[in-house]
Design a protein around this ligand. Structure first.
Ligand code: XMP
Length: 514
């Protein structure tokens, strides 16, 4: 990306709130990027951050294998903010003392702060903060001041007296910290002097220039799936390279009901980009025959997509670039930006592509969260009807049919899913939900229909609320809506005699079942 972009680097020590820090910074129009704590100093130098945040994390600084950071970062002369474990690392490094507090401190606390604190400037006294830590700071290093204490006398914030290095024991990034945004904006604007000019319009401008430079005279094939991300990616590419773009929809046979028609009618007209449609469903379904392992399904689908795009590319001479709508959470969950985070699952966009693929990838959205993609889509003039669609995973219904994928099972799931989604739209609650879908569970249960015993399939309804798909809560769906959907599905989908509602959140579950 262009070098004059201001980047705040967030060094991740494994906190559940790390993504939240990134989002809070970005909400203030400053670009932020998460890197694992093992990031090398040379990689950091290439990013040339304007400030560094050390995240929280579950470890103790004195534990044998406590995660640390490259101490050269401290010589970069940029402002540094340590949060929770990040603060303890700073205190420990500079010679202060941290010790384990047997009870820890979890939940709300009130703090009062020193009037000279730059970080807490303008924050009210006795303000409410959110604590979540086991260890505490006993004494600050020489040359540091205690900037705030909590009501029970625990050191809540520290500052270096000569250098722009700060730490908070509490989490300014979580909504429970009443004046957390004020604290973060003090850090970003009063201390770091950020310009705050990273907006969806500036992102479009920068990315368009980057795409033009990368593509030159080549041709790009952009896979369009019907989802929001690939639609925005296609529109962005179209604005950058128009005549060098081929938007291609590959039907893998794992789509929802009437999805082909949505692509050729609504999407093609809404984006005002011609979309070539290719039906490869027979190939995909043949390769998936008998496969039940989720990661194997993803790998097969990832590979078949590439084989299909290679075929398509043969008819577009010079098409050696493939564009995808990969997002930041896909990158993080597939192993992290620099490949050191734990794999949660291989999002096929990033993690499950064949090694012998000949395309170079262009992923213009890989730095963005979903809501940021929607903002970019708005800036590009895409309608709410297209941008408001629930996310749909690249591997499609394959990861919603638990067990083997067969034509009958696909039909059953498609019909049930169409009923569910239509009911949410009819009730006016579709837009309150981040994502809703049906899952076909591989068990049969006994039922009774019209005095006849049945032994048939089970559908689970899944509906969640979320900001970015990284965490999610199950949607509190009104009983009468659940009842209506259950009745309709059992009465009209052949082979289904039972419907259940999934009441799990992420974590510990994931949104999809596979
Ligand atoms: P999970 O199930 O990991 O899902 O909590 C988070 C979000 O990502 C979507 N998802 C995928 N998207 N390829 C995609 O393009 C995939 O392999 C994939 N797996 C999950 C999921 O639908 C949810 O919105």
């Amino acid at each position: 990306m262009t070098s004059d972009r201001e980047t705040v680097l967030i060094v991740d020590f494994g906190s559940q709130y790390t993504q939240l820090i990134a989002r809070r910074v970005r909400e203030n129009n400053v670009y932020s990027e998460i890197v694992p704590h093992k990031v090398s100093f040379s990689d950091v130098k290439t990013v040339d951050p304007v400030a560094i945040v050390l995240s929280g994390g579950p470890s103790s600084v004195y534990a044998e294998k406590a995660p640390r950071f490259d101490e050269n970062l401290l010589d970069m002369k940029v402002p540094i903010l340590g949060i929770c474990y990040g603060l303890q690392l700073l205190v420990d490094h500079f010679g202060g003392e941290v010790h384990s507090n047997s009870q820890g401190e979890y939940g709300f606390a009130t703090i009062s702060h020193d009037a000279s604190s730059r970080l807490l400037d303008g924050v009210s006294n006795n303000t409410q903060v959110w604590m979540s830590h086991g260890d505490i700071v006993d004494s600050v290093p020489d040359g540091w001041i205690v900037a705030a204490k909590s009501a029970n006398q625990i050191i809540a914030a520290v500052e270096h007296s000569a250098r722009p290095i700060f730490g908070t024991q509490f989490h300014p990034e979580v909504a429970h910290t009443a004046e957390g945004i004020k604290i973060l904006t003090n850090f970003l604007f009063n201390i770091t002097r950020c310009r705050g000019d990273w907006t969806s319009a500036s992102f479009v401008e920068e990315t368009v220039a980057d795409i033009r430079q990368t593509v030159g005279e080549k041709t790009v094939i952009c896979g369009v799936s019907g989802g929001v991300d690939s639609a925005v990616a296609a529109k962005l590419l179209h604005s950058a390279i128009d005549g060098h773009l081929k938007a291609v929809f590959v039907d893998h046979g794992l789509l929802r009901k009437d999805e082909g028609r949505y692509i050729t009618d609504t999407l093609q007209h809404g984006l005002d980009i011609p979309i070539e449609c290719h039906d490869y469903s027979d190939q995909f379904l043949a390769k998936l025959k008998g496969v039940t392992d989720p990661e194997e399904k993803r790998a097969i689908i990832g590979e078949q997509f590439i084989r299909a795009f290679e075929k398509v590319a043969e008819s577009h001479k010079g098409a050696d670039l493939l564009a995808q709508g990969t997002l930041y959470p896909d990158v993080i969950e597939s192993g992290g930006v620099l490949g050191t985070a734990d794999l949660i699952k291989s999002h096929h966009n990033v993690g499950a592509l064949p090694a012998d693929m000949t395309f170079d990838l262009i992923e213009p959205l890989r730095e963005l969260f979903k809501d940021e993609v929607r903002e970019v889509g708005k800036t590009l003039g895409i309608s709410d009807a297209i941008l408001g669609r629930h996310p749909f995973p690249g591997p499609g219904l394959a990861v919603r049919i638990i067990g083997e994928i067969t034509a009958d099972r696909l039909t059953m799931l498609r019909e049930a899913d169409a009923i569910f989604i239509q009911a949410l739209k009819d009730r006016g609650i579709y837009d309150d939900i981040w994502q809703a879908f049906c899952v076909l569970v591989p068990v049969k249960t006994v039922g009774v229909m019209g005095d006849q015993r049945t032994y048939a399939n089970l559908i689970s309804l899944r509906a969640v609320t979320s900001l970015d798909g990284m965490t999610a809560d199950w949607y509190r769906m009104p009983y009468e809506v659940q009842a209506e959907i259950s009745n309709k599905i059992v009465n009209s989908v052949k082979g289904v005699n039972r419907v259940v509602y999934d009441i799990s959140s992420k974590p510990p579950s994931t949104i999809e079942w596979e």
